[in-house]
Design a protein around this ligand. Structure first.
Ligand SMILES: Nc1nc2c(ncn2[C@@H]2O[C@H](COP(=O)(O)OP(=O)(O)OP(=O)(O)O)[C@@H](O)[C@H]2O)c(=O)[nH]1
Ligand SMILES: [Mg+2]
Length: 241
């Protein structure tokens, strides 16, 4: 029987661990990420007769290389390629939270956006048009209150559909300045030719343009003897300075 792998990503304090606990109950264990002092929580649950293994990623404001937390979250999404990444957002500060959602959407299309703390939003009189957000982002959106375990079933139905390929999200693409878009256009074909669909080419191009040395190091470590990855890393080092 297949076990789907799910990651929970999101800004700090958006209720990821509350959701994680609601999903897994006692079927969880914690430890540290290899080589890091960042806590790693992993657990299991079933839904509609399917088994899901879920990782509670550290809360981060971005997925670049600013901290060990960000590297852990980024590396998991890029290298471990979960079947679905649930991006947990705080309903009371959606605008700020959506920044991370957009970053995840550049890394993978297998995303479900989960708007949590709906109870708090209701108290503040905030109303959220879920259909519109889903339409604009190009991915399914569910609304929950993790603390009171409201909305979890509907969330899991969407997660299962994305995991099984019955829903194939088509995320919006952020368009950058003319100059950046031109540089991406130059880099992307090389990355795609070299890496195939091992990693999202546009995202790798953006990271190279960003001079993200830590990503290059992670790619190198991950690649082992992979010649194509080494080629991109070498190329990247000439672009990044
Ligand atoms: N009112 C309300 N509070 C919630 C809800 N979900 C989580 N919380 C509270 O929000 C706080 C943060 O929740 P956590 O689950 O620790 O958040 P987190 O995203 O894991 O935080 P980090 O691990 O620091 O990134 C806790 O006090 C939770 O009880 C919810 O649906 N409604
Ligand atoms: Mg947490």
């Amino acid at each position: 029987m297949t076990t789907y792998r799910i990651a929970l990503a999101g800004n700090p304090n958006t209720g990821k661990s509350t959701l994680f606990n609601a999903l897994t109950g006692l079927r969880q264990h914690t430890g540290n990420w290899a080589g890091k002092t960042v806590e790693r929580a992993e657990g299991e649950f079933t839904h509609n007769g399917k088994t899901f293994r879920v990782i509670d990623l550290p809360g981060t404001y971005s997925l670049y290389s600013n901290s060990a937390d960000e590297e852990v979250a980024r590396n998991y999404i890029i290298f471990e390629k979960p079947d679905v990444t649930i991006v947990v957002l705080d309903a009371t500060s959606l605008e700020r939270n959506l920044n991370l959602a957009l970053q995840v959407l550049e890394m993978t299309n297998r995303v479900v956006v989960c708007i949590n703390l709906m109870d708090e939003a209701a108290k503040l009189g905030i109303r959220i048009n879920l259909d519109r957000i889903s339409e604009r982002l190009g991915v399914p959106v569910a609304a929950i209150s993790a603390r009171s375990k409201t909305g979890i079933e509907a969330l899991l139905d969407l997660v299962e559909k994305v995991a099984s390929g019955r829903i194939v999200p088509v995320p919006i693409r952020v368009t950058y300045s003319e100059e950046i878009e031109q540089s991406i256009q130059k880099l992307e074909p090389f990355i795609r030719q070299t890496l195939g669909d091992l990693f999202p080419a546009r995202w790798v191009a953006l990271r190279l343009l960003d001079g993200d040395g830590s990503l290059l190091a992670a790619l190198k470590e991950h690649a082992g003897e992979s010649a194509p990855v080494k080629e991109v890393v070498n190329y990247g080092q000439t672009v990044c300075h």
